[in-house]
Design a binder for this molecule. Structure first.
Ligand code: CP
Ligand code: NVA
Length: 290
């Protein structure tokens, strides 16, 4: 699963259903999961490791530099070797094409643990959080305010697939790409709004992400200028529907993409969202490996 549109809408629902199966069956007993990280991680590493443990399996987390992915050994050789020991290979990479190369080998199921293009595991957790909060997904409206990046792309696809109307407000030069937009529009209603206020008007959930993703640190100053006016604050949230909730994949930067008042306030579901990374990862593994 490199992005959400590797799934059908039925698969997506099945994964969310598996995420709530308690107690989870020990389908990974005696099996391993290799988790390669080219970038830092708190939630993704811990939630995926504990999801594997929850299914009776054994996670092995690997920093890319310790195996020299593509340096000490070709990516294909690393993948084929890990396939000898593990039931699944997850990877967090700078370049999405690394995941495509791994998946094309057909040696082992590959899970994208975040790339420059997509963050499907986050989108699964976000839908799980919203389904638990609302009781259903279809017919609700989601507003994305901020960077049209990896997180935005996967969430837009996932929401459209689940029947959630999506409204995107991204600054010029930071919009979600046309290919992803077209793909999402193949599943449901996705609108591009001119201003954050237009995207948020009457929305049931408001979502944002950091203005500076991992690997973009050199662009911090220009990005701060580009994203001025795209902060999710109490005034912006007041334009959403009564009872609207706030999501953020984390790590968050209070005073930049969101105010402390919003992320630490009563409309924020970010801790449930973080907890659901583990449940969604377990649901995904059950769906993939059962
Ligand atoms: N949301 C998320 O992917 O967090 P980490 O970068 O800490 O894994
Ligand atoms: N867009 C962010 C998400 C971090 C979970 C990044 O790629 O760094």
């Amino acid at each position: 699963m490199l992005d959400i549109d590797d799934l059908t809408p039925e698969d997506l629902t099945a994964i969310l259903d598996w995420a709530e199966v308690m107690p989870p069956p020990a389908i990974m007993s005696g099996r391993g999961a290799a988790l390669i990280f080219e970038k830092p991680s708190n939630r993704t590493r811990n939630s995926t490791e504990m999801a594997v443990v929850g299914l009776g399996g054994h996670p092995v987390t690997i920093r890319a530099e310790e195996i020299g992915l593509g340096v000490r050994e070709p990516i294909a050789d690393v993948t084929k070797v890990l396939a000898q020991y593990h039931a699944v290979l997850g990877a967090r990479v700078f370049d999405h094409r690394v995941l495509e190369e791994m998946a094309a080998l057909d040696a082992i199921p590959i899970v994208n643990l975040l790339s420059d293009v997509a963050h499907p595991c986050q989108a699964l957790a976000d839908l799980l959080t919203l389904r638990q909060h609302w009781g259903s997904l279809s017919g609700h409206t989601l507003a994305w305010v901020g960077d049209g990046n990896n997180v935005a792309r996967s969430l837009t696809l996932a929401a459209a697939m689940a029947g959630i109307g999506v409204r995107l407000a991204c600054p010029a030069g930071h919009a979600i790409d046309e290919v992803a937009l077209d793909a999402a529009r193949g599943y449901g209603a996705v609108e591009v709004a001119a201003r954050p206020q237009d995207a948020v008007a009457g929305a049931d959930v408001v979502v944002t992400d950091t203005w500076v993703s991992m690997g973009q640190e050199a662009e911090s100053a220009s990005r701060a200028d580009a994203f001025a006016g795209y902060q999710v604050d109490a005034e912006l949230m007041a334009g959403a529907s009564p009872g609207a909730v706030f999501l953020h994949c984390l790590p968050a930067h209070r005073g930049e993409e969101v105010t402390g008042e919003v992320i630490d306030g009563p409309s924020s579901l970010v801790w449930t969202e973080a907890a659901n990374r583990m449940h969604a990862a377990r649901g995904l593994l059950l769906w993939m490996l059962r």
